[in-house]
Design a protein around this ligand. Structure first.
Ligand code: ADP
Ligand code: MG
Length: 629
């Protein structure tokens, strides 16, 4: 049999082969996206277990790593293309034995076999290849694979070999920081040279790189991405944070050093998982508590552990300082100052920790890019590089205007637009809002894109919450929402409640997943529906305002009913009923409402209620004469 030279070679996929997690991506006319597994998981733990009856890759292998320690390999990337002697010298702490194989290269000694790091990498790559084929419904034989910027020739060759073993032709290797910049489309819009720092804090390693991007001099050339300097620490990452939390749990449980050594593998495994879970939650909450049920003779059976975010931040502070020292070192290497840096990009799952973001922001004195999921950025960038190689990046949306309007949801499901379509970027806008319920302490900020008037007809870009606003009457809090779209098209939304100073923010890339055709369709839809949409928006606003009026008027009426002329009360009650009926009806079907009639009955009620309000004010002055002066 000869290979069919006419067979389609299939698409080129992008792969981030990480120390802790790996993932596959593709970039088509909708932009880059992760290729998820059938059960929806996006990241694949880079862990492989060699069972007597076959190989287990990914989450299952990770979950059983401690129990099956003698058959499980994790972090094999650390050994790729390295000699065993080198690994010993570096004092790598790995949960398996590293031995010298052919040509002195590092190999992994398991229960009953010895495997090479290339073979382990190949299992991970093959699992990603299967994922990609299932998700795309096509054969996949080619990939762009990312490698750390500091990888030498031997390490790059070993990566290529791992691909070959998995049946993948590695058509290009891209430096991880370059991939991160590609995912954000940095260097594509700018006509000038740009300097970008990529701060990558993963599971077991930390890297920081300075990139220089130069725009092409000729039409048909590509942007030049150059790594000016890299620094880092191959023994610093999220695993260390887990270990610190684990120690804290054991301290709280009163387990002394001797007892710790004697803990069973099962107990250790459970503890490690709990610690990581707590760490995840501390990225979103100020405090977490954990009820631990352990079946170990050395630990109490049930244990309650509480950790606050600030105590966690205290624990990891020395490690964060080490990463910041490396940032200073990399700048010195590149002979640059923080003021020379145009953008800072955060990469790696551990940069989800707010204290990490804060430390980076403080050092570089500018808010870092966080719009893309930090553990997916590198993989997405590999997909972008793949599509550049395939030559199909031409119809991606790379505009210097915002293609669709951007706004937020307001009460009742209407959209307040802050930035209108076709504004040229960079651009910023802000608007003031308030609360609609007495004592409301949290506000949802729902960021939307599109031309229509109602939330349901727009595209949701993200939601965040402004919390811990001190309780105040409705309408009193002063919430300022600011939208900033920078020159790369990244949108930052920032909300602040002025009276309390509480703030929150989110970053998104609005052009992600939008094709030019879609933009056209959304625009023409907005014309088709313009009349109906305006009507709906008007009715929703009327309903919100009318409901507030009805509430105030009926409360005042309860208080002073006895002092009023019964015919006046009767006419007011009639008007209230009218407006209530309109509110109810508009909640059922906006299209059936005559907005002018609704408006007229609301006006009538407002006018008629003036007498009531006068009576109510007079009554309250009588009750509490001091408050009127
Ligand atoms: P690598 O590049 O080393 O393969 P990743 O970028 O996938 O690793 O990062 C994995 C690390 O990120 C793990 O230590 C994991 O615990 C950590 N991590 C993931 N999500 C969060 C989160 N929400 N908060 C804190 N750490 C996180
Ligand atoms: Mg990584």
């Amino acid at each position: 049999m000869t290979p069919d030279s006419n067979a389609s070679p299939g698409p080129i996929i992008g792969i981030d082969l990480g120390t802790t997690n790996s993932l596959a991506s593709i970039c088509d006319e909708r932009g880059p996206r992760v290729l998820a597994s059938r059960d929806g998981s996006r990241l694949l733990p880079s862990v492989v277990r060699y069972d007597p009856d076959g190989v287990v890759v990914g989450e299952a292998a990770r979950a059983g790593a401690i129990r099956h320690a003698t058959r499980t390999v994790s972090s094999a990337k650390r050994l790729l293309g390295r000699s065993a002697a080198e690994c010993m010298r570096n004092g790598l702490q790995l949960p398996y034995q590293v031995v010298a194989g052919p040509r002195g290269l590092a190999c992994i000694k398991l229960e009953d076999q010895t495997v090479t790091p290339q073979e382990v990498g190949a299992h991970v790559l093959a699992a990603l290849r299967t994922r990609a084929e299932e998700s795309l419904g096509q054969t996949v034989t080619r990939a762009v694979v990312t490698v750390p910027a500091y990888f030498d020739d031997a390490q790059r060759t070993a990566t290529r070999d791992a691909g070959r073993l998995a049946g993948l032709d590695v058509v290009r290797m891209v430096n991880e920081p370059t991939a991160a910049a590609l995912a954000y489309g940095l260097g594509e819009r700018s006509a000038e040279e740009r300097t970008v720092v990529v701060y990558d804090l993963g599971g077991g390693t930390f890297d920081v790189s300075v990139l220089r991007m130069s725009p092409p001099e000729e039409e048909d050339e590509e942007t030049l991405y150059e790594v000016l300097a890299t620094a880092g620490d191959t023994r610093l990452g999220g695993d260390d944070f887990d270990q610190l939390l684990m120690n804290r749990i054991l301290d709280d449980a009163g387990v002394d050093q001797d007892a710790r050594e004697g803990l069973s593998l099962e107990a250790l495994q459970a503890l490690r998982r709990c610690a990581e879970q707590m760490k995840f939650e501390l990225s979103n909450r100020d405090q977490v508590s954990l009820d631990l049920q352990l079946e170990d003779r050395l630990l109490p059976r049930s244990l309650r552990v509480e950790v606050t975010r600030s105590s966690f931040e205290g624990m990891i502070q020395p490690l964060l300082e080490r990463t910041i020292k490396a940032c200073a070192a990399v700048l010195a290497d590149a002979k640059l100052q923080t003021s020379d840096i145009d953008r800072v990009v955060l990469v790696g799952g551990s940069t989800r920790i707010p204290a990490v973001r804060d430390a980076v922001e403080t050092f570089f004195d500018c808010p870092p890019y966080t719009a893309l999921d930090p553990d997916e950025v590198v993989g997405l960038g590999a997909g972008v590089q793949a599509s550049i190689l395939e030559g199909n990046r031409s119809d991606m949306l790379l505009l210097d205007v915002i293609p669709l309007s951007l706004g937020i949801e307001t009460v009742g499901g209407a959209v307040a637009k802050l930035l209108t379509r076709n504004s040229s970027i960079p651009v910023r806008a802000s608007e003031r809002f308030s609360t609609s319920i007495d004592g409301q302490t949290s506000v949802k900020i729902h960021v939307l894109q599109g031309e229509r008037e109602l939330v349901d007809d727009c595209r949701s870009l993200g939601i965040f919450h402004l919390t811990e606003i001190p309780p105040m009457p409705a309408g009193i809090p002063r919430i300022e929402v600011e939208f900033i779209v920078d020159a790369d098209g990244v949108l930052s939304v920032h909300a602040v409640e002025r009276r309390s100073g509480r703030q929150a923010s989110i970053q998104v890339v609005p052009s992600f997943g939008l094709t030019p055709e879609e933009v056209d369709r959304i625009e023409s839809d907005s014309f088709t529906h313009a009349r109906a949409d305006m009507h709906a928006h008007r009715v929703i606003d009327l309903r919100v305002n009318a409901a507030l009026d009805v509430k105030w008027i009926s409360e005042a009426l309860e208080r002073v009913r006895d002092e009023l002329d019964p015919t006046y009360v009767q006419s007011l009650t009639g008007l209230l009923d009218d407006v209530r009926a309109q509110i109810r009806l508009s909640g059922e079907d906006v299209t059936r409402i005559d907005a002018d009639a609704f408006h007229a009955s609301k006006e009538l009620l407002d006018k008629e209620s003036i007498r009531l309000h006068e009576a109510a004010i007079a009554a309250s002055l009588r009750e509490d004469p001091g408050s009127g002066s």
